[in-house]
Design a protein around this ligand. Structure first.
Ligand code: ARG
Length: 391
C-alpha cells in the first residue's frame, strides 16, 4: 500500500536563507528586468536600465527596484504562488512601498497601518507592505510572527489547551519578551520584530487594527454562546519576497479569507481549537459512531456560521464553491496570456466537499518551484522563528 505522507500544517521549507554575504546575482536581475519589460511594455529603454542595475550591483552588491518593478514583482510573486486558490485578482494587489523603513518600532507601526488600510470598512483589499530589502550582509529587518494577527496558545498544567495550539512556541517567546496575555482563547499576539541590531522586541497591536468577527449561526441562536470568533484579515508575515535576486525578508501581505480556512481548519484541527465535539453537542448530533457523520455535519454548520457572520458585518470572505470557479477562470486567463499556471492540487482543493468543487476534477501543470520567480518563499529558518525558536 502506498504510504501518503501527512499534509504539512505549514508550507515546507522552500529555499535556504540567502547567502549571508551574498551579493545579488546579476543573471537573476537581468532575467527579471527582461521579463518585466516584455510583459508590461514599460516605457524606458531596458538597456539603459540594465546598465544602471549592473553598475549598482558592482558598486554595492545590490540594486534598487523602481516602484513599477517592485509593484509588478510583488504581483507576479502572488501569481506564481502554486498553493493559493485566490489568484484571479493578482494584478490588483495594492503595494505599500515602505522600503525606507527598517527600525523595529516603525515596522510595527506600519504593520498596524497596513491592517487599518486593507480593512476599508470591510471591503478588504489585497495589500502588501514592503519593508527595507536585505543588504548583501543579510536581512535588515524581519517579522518573526507567521501572520500579523494570530491568537496566543497556552497549555494548562493538566495538558489541555487554551487558545490556538499552533502558536504555543511563539506565545512562550512573547512572554519571555515581557508580554502578558489575558489567558483567553483569543488573545492577539504581539508582533515580534528583529532589526539589524539583532535584538527582538515585541509590540502589542493597537486594538483598532485587529478586526474580529464574532461567530453566530443563521438559524441556531445558541451558537453565539460558544464564544467563537476569528480575525478578519489573514496577513502572512514570515515569507520572503524575492524579486530579481533581491530579497525582501519583511513584506507582510494579505488577501481575504475563504470560509473553510477558519471553519474547516483553524477552529477544527484537533491540535488547534478542536471545536467539533462542542458543536455536535450544541446541535444534538449522535456522536456514538463515526457512521452518523457527526463530524461532517458539525463542520458544515460551523462553515455556515463563519460565512454568515462575516456577511452579517459586511467583511469580505469567499466560499470554496465560488473561489473554485474563479480559480479555474484564472487558469484559463493565464492560458490565454500564453502562460501556464503553477498549482498544487493538494493545496488548491478545499478541505471540505472537495469533489463538489470543479478544482478537484483535474490536474494542473507541473512546475519547478525553484525556478519560479518572483516568489514568496518560506525559508526553513523563518518557519522556526515563527514557532518561537531562536536560531
Ligand atoms: N490559512 C491561513 C489562516 O487560516 C491563511 C493563509 C492565507 N489565506 C488567505 N485567504 N489569503 O489563517
Amino acid at each position: 500500500m502506498p504510504v501518503i505522507p501527512p499534509k504539512p500544517a505549514a508550507p515546507p521549507a522552500a529555499a535556504p536563507d540567502p547567502r549571508p554575504d551574498g551579493a545579488v546575482d546579476p543573471a537573476r536581475a537581468r532575467d527579471f528586468l527582461d521579463r518585466f519589460h516584455r510583459e508590461t511594455r514599460a516605457p524606458g529603454d531596458p538597456e539603459l536600465r540594465w546598465q544602471r542595475i549592473a553598475e549598482q550591483i558592482r558598486d554595492t552588491g545590490t540594486y534598487t527596484h523602481t516602484s513599477a518593478e517592485l509593484t509588478w514583482g510583488a504581483r507576479v510573486a502572488w501569481r506564481n504562488s502554486a498553493r493559493c486558490i485566490g489568484r484571479l485578482y493578482w494584478n490588483s494587489l495594492s503595494v505599500r512601498d515602505r522600503r525606507h523603513v527598517d527600525r523595529a518600532g516603525e515596522v510595527a507601526a506600519q504593520c498596524a497601518g497596513h491592517l487599518r488600510e486593507t480593512w476599508r470598512g470591510g471591503r478588504i483589499r489585497p495589500t502588501i507592505t514592503v519593508f527595507a530589502p536585505d543588504s548583501p550582509t543579510g536581512p535588515r529587518v524581519r517579522i518573526w510572527n507567521e501572520q500579523l494577527i494570530r491568537y496566543a496558545g497556552y497549555r494548562r498544567p493538566d495538558g489541555t489547551l487554551v487558545g490556538d495550539g499552533r502558536n504555543l512556541g511563539i506565545t512562550d517567546l512573547a512572554h519571555e519578551l515581557g508580554w502578558r496575555g489575558a489567558g483567553t482563547d483569543f488573545d492577539p499576539l504581539p508582533l515580534i520584530i528583529e532589526d539589524a541590531d539583532g535584538v527582538l522586541r515585541s509590540y502589542a497591536l493597537p486594538p483598532d487594527a485587529v478586526r474580529e468577527i464574532d461567530l453566530t449561526h443563521p438559524d441556531h441562536p445558541g451558537f453565539a454562546g460558544l464564544g467563537l470568533r476569528w480575525h478578519a484579515i489573514p496577513a502572512i508575515a514570515n515569507m520572503r519576497l524575492e524579486i530579481g535576486g533581491v530579497s525582501y525578508s519583511a513584506a507582510p501581505f494579505n488577501g481575504w479569507y475563504m470560509g473553510t480556512e477558519i471553519g474547516a481548519r483553524n477552529l477544527v484541527d484537533a491540535d488547534r481549537y478542536d471545536m467539533l465535539p462542542a458543536i455536535a453537542d450544541l446541535f444534538g448530533l449522535d456522536t456514538s459512531s463515526e457512521r452518523t457523520l457527526w463530524r461532517d455535519r458539525a463542520t458544515i454548520e460551523l462553515n455556515r456560521a463563519v460565512l454568515h457572520s462575516f456577511d452579517a458585518v459586511g467583511a469580505t470572505i469567499t466560499d470554496h464553491h465560488t473561489e473554485s470557479v474563479r480559480f479555474l477562470r484564472h487558469v484559463e486567463r493565464e492560458a490565454e496570456a500564453g502562460r501556464g499556471c503553477p498549482a498544487d492540487w493538494s493545496w488548491i482543493v478545499p478541505p471540505i466537499s472537495g469533489g463538489l468543487t470543479p478544482v478537484y476534477h483535474r490536474y494542473y501543470d507541473d512546475h519547478d518551484e525553484s525556478t519560479l520567480t518572483p516568489a514568496y518563499l518560506l525559508d526553513e529558518a523563518a518557519g522556526r522563528r515563527s514557532a518561537g525558536l531562536r536560531p
